[in-house]
Design a protein around this ligand. Structure first.
Ligand code: PEP
Length: 242
């Protein structure tokens, strides 16, 4: 039985005052759904006191050393984080992260006892040229370590063209990719059927119920609509009801 997960990615948003929003989200009765917020690293320690999971948005592949501005998985865990995102498309684009780098970061997350939410997804031009499933295969094979399991890894399918754009794939498109990911995980890992697969990309209260009705969608990774309790709690409620 896969536990449903509503995950929020705050990206580079939020000052100390935003902890009040996180507290309101944590106070909401999630009805059995796991709730995770990945705030900026500056807010992790303050948010670690709240009754919900918190996670980093990225981690370095090494535990310590001369890597100015980076944060290690061990340091994330030290704040109270239990998850970290790896391979978000903004990291792949803004920081040139490759599948090999993401694999190393994900292994570092495992070593620090963090659950990694490994993000994969195609660009618009890749979708338009029918390369979606090939891209998914390449990213899954390259970014997800052989030591991954349902206990330490969540997969987030996030079409790059749907992130922050208000555009959402059709239900059939989401279903096709999630079924493909499930098949690949089941082939590669003995517990592949137990991995949680999240959909991400312009999830809002208005489309959440429909998306959560799709087979093999075990939750969502939400950016913009996770920043306030008013926007995020209806998404949690829709997931709980699905
Ligand atoms: C994201 O940042 O992972 C994301 C899905 O963003 P948004 O929900 O704003 O599209």
């Amino acid at each position: 039985m896969r536990r449903k997960l509503a995950a929020g990615n705050w990206k580079m948003n939020g000052l100390a005052a935003a902890v009040t929003e996180a507290a309101a989200i944590a106070a909401y009765d999630a009805n059995g759904v796991d709730v995770l917020i990945c705030p900026p690293a500056t807010l992790l320690a303050q948010m670690a006191t709240l009754p919900m999971s918190i996670g980093g948005q990225d981690c370095h592949a090494r535990t310590s050393g001369a890597h100015t501005g980076d944060i290690s998985a061990e340091q994330l865990a030290d704040t109270g984080a239990t998850y970290t995102l790896t391979g978000h498309s903004e990291r792949r684009t803004d920081h040139g992260e490759t599948d090999a780098m993401i694999n190393a970061k994900t292994m570092a997350a495992f070593a620090a006892n963090l659950t990694a939410v490994v993000c994969i997804g195609e660009t618009l031009s890749e979708r338009e040229t029918n390369k979606t499933l090939t891209v998914i295969d390449t990213q899954l094979a390259g970014s997800v370590p052989d030591t991954a399991s349902a206990a330490n890894t969540v997969i987030a399918y996030e079409p790059v063209w749907a992130i922050g754009t208000g555009k959402v794939p059709t239900n059939d498109q989401i279903a096709q990719v999630h079924a493909h990911i499930r098949a690949r995980l089941s082939k590669r890992f003995s517990d592949g059927a137990d991995f949680r697969i999240l959909y991400g990309g312009s999830v809002k209260a208005s489309n959440a119920t429909e998306i959560f009705g799709i087979v093999d969608v075990d939750g969502a990774l939400v950016g913009g609509a996770s920043l306030t309790a008013a926007d995020f709690t209806p998404i949690i409620a829709a997931l709980a009801a699905s």
